[in-house]
Design a protein around this ligand. Structure first.
Ligand code: PBG
Length: 334
């Protein structure tokens, strides 16, 4: 038994350590730093001016002409990383426009890297933004006539997409599709093209979540039929997260991610303990929008809630956080 437990009140008084801001700072276990935030951005090839995303206050779809100024403004706020999503001019059933070197993501990567070379530019790799049907892969008919996403055919496309983004200058490519084997295939494709230093961040543990709702408006990628439960994880499963993380680590992922964050803090903690790779967590669109909706109605203090949410994700074990709150949080942290 620890000696601490043999004593109690009135000798032991935990409140002593909470008496002043300085004492609280001294014993604080978890810190937030703007350099640990990754700011997600949506580049739309078909617009000339920022277009507000109705369900995500403060977040816009951006024209490519805004990329350079955005990169500088983000850097000035002290945020060191961004992750880019694209809205292309055309879509088809295989997501072909996602492989276009002149597509919105490759162009935004090039612009942002040339404006601010030290900015860490990540690119989300998935076909859902580029397919008409909105699924994260190419479809095929099962024997019973229902449709499913064809894993292996999709992996081939994803590996090519990773190379397109690496060629444009992405520091990090981040597959978010949840196909089996895509990490190994993407690593091999990158290495074969000489992109041995391009970093691979795997959305290793991604749940089929209701909290992606606003993103599907932001990136115009809601599935036209069915849902993503045939490839994204069941929210009921935690052991499976360890398995997914271990597989992606073995396939050569440099960093892992858990997504969403807030309903999955236990999973972040589990993966943190199971792997020594750097771990990110995605504080997703629905989590962002809910906080703003509650704040707009006066139910919670917006800024305190932002910092509390981000602190809780770090406390659970995430090294870095993909979050739409990045710029405001950086401002609050001064
Ligand atoms: C898929 C992708 C999604 C998100 C990031 N990448 C949507 C989905 O899986 O349906 C969601 C991010 C968010 O909700 O903020 N390319």
């Amino acid at each position: 038994m620890l000696p601490l437990l043999t004593m109690g009140f009135p000798t032991i008084r935990p409140r002593r350590l909470r008496a002043t801001p300085e004492l609280r700072a001294l014993v604080r276990e978890t810190t937030l730093d703007a350099r640990d935030f990754v700011y997600p951005m949506f580049f739309n090839a078909a617009i000339d001016a920022p277009r507000p995303i109705g369900s995500m206050p403060g977040i816009d779809q951006l024209p490519l002409s805004a990329a350079r100024a955005q990169a500088k403004a983000i850097k000035e706020r002290g945020v060191g990383s961004v992750i880019l999503f694209g809205l292309p001019k055309t879509k088809d059933d295989r997501g072909t426009s996602g492989l276009d070197p002149d597509g919105p993501v490759p162009r935004a990567i090039a612009e942002m890297k040339s404006a601010v070379p030290e900015l860490v530019v990540m690119a989300d790799v998935c076909v859902d933004e580029y397919t008409e049907h909105g699924h994260c892969g190419v479809l095929r008919k099962r024997a019973d006539g229902t449709m499913e996403v064809d894993n292996d055919a999709t992996v081939e496309i994803l590996a090519k997409m990773g190379v397109v983004f690496a060629k444009a200058g992405a520091d990090v490519v981040a597959p978010s599709d949840m196909m089996d084997g895509r990490v190994a295939a993407m690593r091999a494709a990158l290495d074969a093209e000489g992109f041995t230093s391009t970093t691979l961040l795997s959305y290793a543990v991604k749940y089929a979540s209701s909290f992606y709702g606003p993103f599907r408006e932001a990136a115009d990628c809601a599935p036209k039929f069915g849902d993503r439960a045939g490839y994204q994880m069941d929210p009921a499963n935690a052991r499976e997260a360890i398995r997914e993380a271990a597989l992606d680590e073995a396939e050569g992922a440099d960093m892992l991610m858990v997504k969403p964050a807030l309903s999955y803090l236990d999973v972040i903690r589990d993966v943190r303990k199971a792997s020594n790779l750097p771990l990110g967590a995605y504080n997703v669109s629905g989590e962002y929008s809910m906080l703003h909706a509650a704040a707009d109605r006066g139910m919670i203090d917006r800024d305190r809630a932002i910092l509390e949410v981000l602190t809780s994700i770090r406390r659970a074990g995430a090294d870095f956080i993909l979050t739409y709150h990045a710029l405001r949080a950086a401002e609050l942290l001064g």
